[in-house]
Design a protein around this ligand. Structure first.
Ligand code: AGP
Length: 611
């Protein structure tokens, strides 16, 4: 959420900063800006709108070889030129970009205003720029590093910041508490970013700052230390990221959502690779450092995630209960820490996150660790905060997911949880025959997903037929319920069509009142033990003139539904994974038909690093 880029080196900074912002635009895209030093001052260019608008404002070459830049997702103050980052102190000496939220900004703002400071924006960030600037204006002025430390000691909240001093433009000061910051190590040049996506074009050598750390970054060196006013040095060595610039390119695709939907067969194959064991009919999950005896001691599993990761957790809970016959459930991570949860010693808690940065999920993981819970992470981004907090778990291997609407990460999460269910089942009562059946089913998934994607045009035609609908129901039973929830979420997120998910069995307890010929229903109909119940629900909807779109692998009676989205057969336990795919295509094509900006849905951003 919000993107930060910084550069100090030997080349003109501005093109590097703008290119970096472009890579980070999926994290926030309502305003953008940059600051570089120039003779006698700071040059600040910022604007409401996209990075392209910022690019258009840069009319001449800017020679400065140092600078900071930001793309914003508004928290305090509407998207506007004034609220765009960087923010300056009153003297125009300090420029600062910030991700996160300064929770005591109202108090700081009131104190600073009483001291005569005028504010140019409504943001929480500006108070911090003034605090640093005022410290540096004092007679025995501290260094920028000391001023940042002292100013941050007065700040409550979360931040990833980069600060530039007009009078000492040979370095940047960077600090982190709750919002990611990574340094990129070049040859005679250094980069700073909130996400490696902005760095991999220039270097694969990176250093992740941890919470409570500060770095002073010069073109040829960096020093890291703790954030405390009485700082201690922290020695950090660069690690190599296994990503290149092409991973963040569109290639031949029109947008990242479409690209990532079509990457699913390969992404799934990567997630499964080396993790299925035919001989013992189980899964081999190297990141879970638990002996069979410890796995057997688990009495309950709880999945914690937000949005699509939560729905993937619901799919996982169903899989664990079916395969391992132990109670499992999923809960939104965003609520977890606020209800003083009872943490049980024999429950396995699993934090789910594509980005590994979602603040609510990170906070749930921290609460669990504080209470001594057994915790695993199921995360896509290696080195991310949640991956490091959890220490062990399963990496998704989905590759970078840029689209705000999650697709391949959800599929890989559900598949990883199926492997976890298989592993837990095989140390209990899941037979070898059933284990083999699930292993074979998992192996078939990449090919079957490709088969569904090959029917894209048919799904697009169905989506086009329903594109002028204002509201839809998505319903499913048991295994189909999280599929319906994820389908509704995807449609809302990118098309802005209202979509509400219900358990199909709940329809008659109230929502059926809304069914008429303007309210279509998408129903998830696997050919399983609940087929006749789902057919009954379809009949009830049809009797009230509602249109029905069935996602199905069953042979439904002719003329029963208005449209079918077909899914190949696999083992019923794995149905949710396959049934999700046509609904991604449905949401995508309906949104495309409505002319939506698919990769940049309004009001949203990838990686929610604020509460
Ligand atoms: C999915 O389409 C959404 N953009 C959103 O619900 C997302 O899944 C959620 O914010 C959690 O993100 P995470 O998996 O990165 O933690």
């Amino acid at each position: 959420m919000c993107g930060i880029v910084g550069y100090v080196g030997k080349r003109p900074a501005a093109p590097i900063l703008v290119e970096g912002l472009h890579r980070l635009e999926y994290r926030g895209y309502d305003s953008a800006g940059l600051a570089t030093p120039e003779a006698g001052g700071l040059r600040v260019i910022k604007t409401e709108g996209r990075v392209q608008q910022l690019r258009n404002l840069i009319k001449e070459e800017i020679p400065a070889a140092v600078g900071i830049a930001h793309t914003r997702w508004a928290t305090h103050g509407e998207p506007s030129d004034a609220n765009a980052h960087p923010h300056l102190d009153s003297a125009g000496r300090i420029a600062l970009v910030h991700n996160g939220i300064i929770e005591n900004s109202d108090r700081l703002r009131a104190q600073l205003t009483a001291e005569g400071v005028s504010f140019a924006s409504e943001t929480d960030t500006e108070a911090l720029a003034h605090l640093i600037g005022r410290l540096m204006a004092a007679e025995d002025a501290p260094s920028l590093e000391e001023a940042v430390r002292a100013a941050l000691s007065r700040v409550e909240g979360t931040y990833g910041i980069v600060v530039l001093d007009r009078d000492n433009p040979d370095h940047l000061v960077v600090a982190r508490n709750g919002s990611p910051i990574v340094l990129g190590i070049g040859e005679g040049e250094m980069f700073v970013a909130s996400d490696v996506a902005a760095l991999v074009r220039h270097t694969q050598q990176v250093v992740y700052l941890d919470d409570g750390e500060l770095a002073v970054v010069r073109s040829d060196e960096f020093h890291t230390s703790t954030l405390a006013v009485e700082a201690s040095p922290v020695v950090k060595s660069p690690t190599t990221v296994d990503l290149v610039a092409d991973d963040y390119e569109l290639g031949g695709s029109t947008d990242f959502m479409s690209k990532e939907i079509h990457e699913q067969p390969t992404a799934l194959a990567r997630a499964l690779s080396g993790r299925l064991n035919e001989r013992f009919a189980t899964a081999h999950l190297g990141g879970i450092n638990m002996e069979p005896r410890e796995l057997r001691a688990i009495r309950r599993v709880k999945f914690l995630g937000c949005g699509s990761s939560y729905y993937a957790g619901q799919m996982g809970a169903q899989l664990v209960e079916e395969l391992a016959r132990i109670p499992a459930d999923a809960e939104p991570a965003s609520e977890f820490r606020y209800r003083n949860p009872v943490v049980e010693a024999d429950t396995l808690y699993v934090a789910l996150s594509q980005s590994g940065e979602t603040l609510d999920t990170l906070a749930a993981a921290q609460e669990l660790k504080r209470k001594g819970g057994q915790l695993l992470g199921v995360v896509n981004v290696v080195g991310s905060a949640i991956a490091r907090e959890c220490g062990s778990g399963i990496f998704l291997h989905a590759g970078p997911e840029v689209s705000v609407a999650s697709t391949k990460a959800l599929t890989n999460t559900a598949t990883s949880l199926a492997m976890l269910g298989l592993l837990l089942g095989r140390v209990r009562d899941l037979s070898t025959a059933d284990g083999k059946r699930i292993v074979a089913g998992l192996r078939r998934l990449p090919e079957q997903v490709a088969e569904i994607l090959a029917q894209e045009q048919a799904v697009a035609q169905v989506a086009a037929r329903f594109a002028d609908t204002r509201s839809m129901f998505f319903v499913g039973r048991v295994r189909g319920w999280p599929v319906a929830r994820e389908g509704a979420q995807k449609l809302k997120e990118i098309s802005y069509v209202h979509a509400e998910a219900y358990q199909a069995s709940e329809l008659k307890h109230g929502p059926l009142a809304l069914i008429d010929n303007t309210m279509p229903t998408v129903i998830v109909v696997p050919d399983d033990e609940l087929l006749s119940k789902n057919i009954g629900t379809i009949e009830e909807i049809k009797a009230r003139s509602g249109a029905v779109i069935a996602v199905t692998n069953a042979e439904l009676p002719a003329g029963l539904v208005d449209a079918e989205l077909r899914v190949p057969r696999n083992e019923t336990e794995l149905d949710p994974i396959l049934f999700t795919i046509p609904l991604q295509l449905f949401a995508y094509h309906l949104a495309a038909k409505l002319g939506r900006d698919i990769d940049r849905p309004r009001n949203l951003a990838k990686s929610v690093t604020v509460e």
